[in-house]
Ligand binder design. Sequence first.
Ligand code: FMN
Length: 389
Amino acid sequence: MAAWFETVAAAQSRARRRLPRSVYSALLAGSEKGVTYRDNVGAFAELGFVPHVADLPAKRDLSTTVMGQPVSLPVLISPTGVQAVHPDAEVAVARAAAARGTIMGLSNFASKPVEEVVTANPQTFFQMYWMGTKESMTAEMERARAAGVKGLIVTLDWTFSHGRDWGSPWIPDRLDLKAMVKLAPQALARPGWLLDFVRSGRLPDLAVPNVVPAGQTPPTFFGAYGTWMQTPPPTWEDVEWMRERWDGPFMIKGIGRLDDARRAVDAGATAISVSNHGGNNLDGIPASIRLLPAIAEAVGSQVEVLLDGGVRRGSDVVKALALGARAVMIGRAYLWGLAANGQAGVENVLDVLRNGIDSALLGLGHASVRDLRPSDVVIPPGFTREIGS
Ligand SMILES: Cc1cc2nc3c(=O)[nH]c(=O)nc-3n(C[C@H](O)[C@H](O)[C@H](O)COP(=O)(O)O)c2cc1C
């Protein structure tokens, strides 16, 4: 049993040591020069705190609700379609989120069936891209609804860019004998990771089960990706169509511009996530935290505003809440926890964030995360960006 780690950075270095090179590099992701990826993290460090030293609350309440679901801390699992990190994959993440009282976001590019994930965590939101036909998307929504998911996340920001200055990993379509021979040196150099898969009795199968009706043979990751690339991108009317079809809590993820935020409200979104896909999409989009204040100001009274991108510490969560987010979603932070120590590693990451949120609340003199305000942070001149009209 691997030991507890005290920061997300420590989880990341453990993940780097434990995962085969190509799996680690798929997690690191990013695109092009990594400008957005770095700004997402770096911008949080530019913000300061405005602390009190007396009259501090003896107890702090971290709980809130997101799209009607109560959560014990304002941190959700952001959906990630990444394979081969751990044999229990999204089921381990969902269990960890349930154990710590928060919501699981499940990507339709994930490796585990939605039914298993909802069993592990009844508070699951299912995430879809606009891909395939209206019939296939309706079937996907119906499967997720039948499984009992509590909300839909529609992710709109993707431009199919994949070049990275630091190189992309080679990932096979299927783990056949040829691929295994090619990947063997990397895998053998990471015996802890390999042993977990050997013990589970299965190799990663790199399939995406949730894009077809339950029981049908799932396509491979790249097969599904090809379908997505060939699908004409959605119009706002398409988004409205999806919203009508879903008829339940509905989040639009990937918002950066003010006009898009308003359009999302008009389309009937319950929530939006201010996000640039963790810097994996169009490089050069400003950090999500820079875009948050203007968007929260413009639409915060009409929809729940979330943020994702660059959250590595509890203090980052507190900064985002102070600038208008109701909660944040995390991506790489929990993926590193999963790689480092399975379910316990994800719980560990959530605990690290919880402790960090609690200390920052104490220092700021607030009894609840709902009391955070912009005046709690020092915002350097020129920090924020207002894009779109
Ligand atoms: C490896 C990887 C895979 C991802 N896959 C998806 C996905 O399938 N769907 C989605 O909406 N977002 C996806 N994302 C984006 C995350 O949901 C989230 O927006 C991002 O990771 C937040 O930034 P952070 O990693 O700095 O926390 C992915 C991110 C990473 C790192």
